[in-house]
Design a binder for this molecule. Structure first.
Ligand code: TRP
Length: 457
């Protein structure tokens, strides 16, 4: 264990601050962009039920594991893993798990920032009335134009990285905590406004039915696996983001209850985003299964034709930018914390360095939509390869090993002491879930993405 009781990077000022920050990390493009479109593609209600089961049985136990490991190690994931490996007297190679996470976060942020950049561009488009009175094909054209322009995308990507780094540079309380204290309530307020609007569209019940009425005949093995993979991504698990946030958690706070609140809030936001989006899609006779373009192509068509649509369009894309920003800071915090620990440099300088490399790599994603669109690795563009490598390989692998480490490598007396659940039975259930259930489930997802179950995908 680190000999100090606090992280050198500081601590959250309260349990509530940690809940806000971790919820801010969890709630992101995954909830508002990805969840609605994959639900649309996978037939609705039954998919939602599987996703909820995955959050409860795999997501929450791993979130508890990451938070617990972070708080016990009190450092960036790389050094935390090193400390915990020594404490457990385990094989030294376990510390590569920390590296896997830090690198995954850096890679994810590089493309996450480009998509967040599109959202920023769309705030302006909505504000200047670019959608009103336009035909569906003109609106698709707007999206195609943005993708075709390296300059426009580079501009927004640069701005988003600068905003992210400016927050991270200000530190745990002055930067991260202050940002989420503003971003999260605003996000929630905007979301409630959009839900209220959706209730007035006349297709509200159709949207609700789509989300909550399960039709198990629509459920395929591939959708079960998609639901499971998404549970990881949406809860920010598998790469140490929650671990590094856990390392700033004061000692006296109960981890179990807190993780349940965070997972619950993340799920609530995803469902509310669905409740806001589907009625609007149905009311305008649009296609729910339109894929990743659902919010950049389909939804603007609705914003363009409805009364007050520009205002709701502006609000919607601001919501998306806020959600992305509070997630982005958690993607790079592990790398920044490690630089500070390892090189003994100031946080500000670590941010400039990491920001630059992330920005540079992100330019690869920008170009993959235009200039480099025919440069492919195994048939995938640069962006698609990065997305695949991180979301489909690195996160499940990271999650699998985190679960195994917490459940089977750490000494039970240590994990029990750190968790302090106050109830032996709860501890036994948690330990069973992370030792067996979560690894087995992740292993299945992992085999699937490697194509072992190619028939399902
Ligand atoms: N959870 C975020 C979303 O849903 C994305 C994210 C932030 C993330 N930090 C992460 C995903 C760490 C995986 C790992 O958009």
């Amino acid at each position: 264990m680190a000999d100090t009781n606090k992280s050198i990077h500081g601590e959250w000022s309260s349990r509530f601050a940690f809940i806000l920050a971790a919820t801010g990390s969890a709630v992101g493009l995954g909830n508002i962009w990805k969840f609605p479109y994959i639900t649309g593609e996978n037939g609705g209600g039954a998919f939602v039920i599987v996703y909820l089961l995955c959050v409860a049985a795999i997501g929450i136990p791993i979130m508890i594991a990451e938070t617990m490991m972070g708080r016990r190690g009190r450092q960036s994931p790389i050094n935390t893993l090193q400390t915990l490996t020594e404490e457990a007297g385990a094989n030294k190679n376990w510390h590569y798990l920390g590296w896997l996470g830090v690198i995954a976060g850096f890679l994810i942020l590089s493309y996450y920032s480009v998509i967040a950049g599109w959202s920023m561009a769309y705030v302006i488009k909505a504000f200047t009335g670019s959608f009103s009175g336009e035909s569906a094909s003109q609106i698709s054209g707007l999206f195609a134009d943005l993708q075709a322009s390296p300059i426009q995308q580079a501009f927004w990507h640069t701005l988003f990285i600068i905003a992210t780094m400016a927050i991270v540079a200000r530190g745990v309380q002055g930067g991260l905590e202050k940002a989420v204290r503003f971003l999260m309530p605003s996000l929630f307020a905007i979301l409630m406004l959009l839900v209220a609007y959706a209730m007035t569209t006349g297709s509200y019940m159709q949207g609700i039915e789509f989300l909550f009425k399960p039709d198990f005949s629509e459920l395929t093995a591939a959708s079960v696996l998609t639901a499971m993979g998404h549970a990881f991504f949406t809860l920010s698990l598998g790469m140490g983001a929650i671990m590094v946030y856990g390392s700033y958690l004061p000692k006296d706070i109960s981890i179990g209850k807190t993780a349940i609140i965070i997972a619950g809030a993340d799920t609530l936001v995803a469902l509310l985003a669905g409740i806001a989006i589907f009625p609007i899609v149905f009311a305008n006779g649009l296609e729910v299964g339109s894929g990743p373009g659902l919010i950049f192509e389909t939804l603007p068509i609705a914003f363009g034709s409805m009364t007050g649509g520009w205002l709701f369009g502006v609000l919607f894309f601001i919501l998306l930018v806020f959600a992305a920003l509070s997630s982005a800071i958690s993607l790079i915090e592990p790398a920044v914390a490690w630089c500070v620990e390892h090189y003994g440099i100031e946080r500000k300088h670590a941010c400039i360095g990491m920001g630059f490399f992330t920005w540079l790599l992100g330019m690869g994603t920008v170009l993959s939509f235009n200039q480099w669109s025919d440069v492919t690795f195994f048939g995938a563009t640069f962006f698609e390869s990065l997305d695949y490598l991180t979301a489909n390989l690195m996160l499940p692998l990271g999650g699998l090993f985190i679960a195994l480490f917490a459940g089977r490598i750490m000494l039970p007396k240590d994990s029990k002491e750190e968790l302090n659940l106050g109830n032996d039975m709860l501890f036994t259930i948690w330990k069973f879930l992370v030792s067996y259930v979560a690894p087995a489930a992740v292993f299945i997802v992992f085999l699937n993405v490697l194509g072992v179950f190619g028939i399902f995908s």
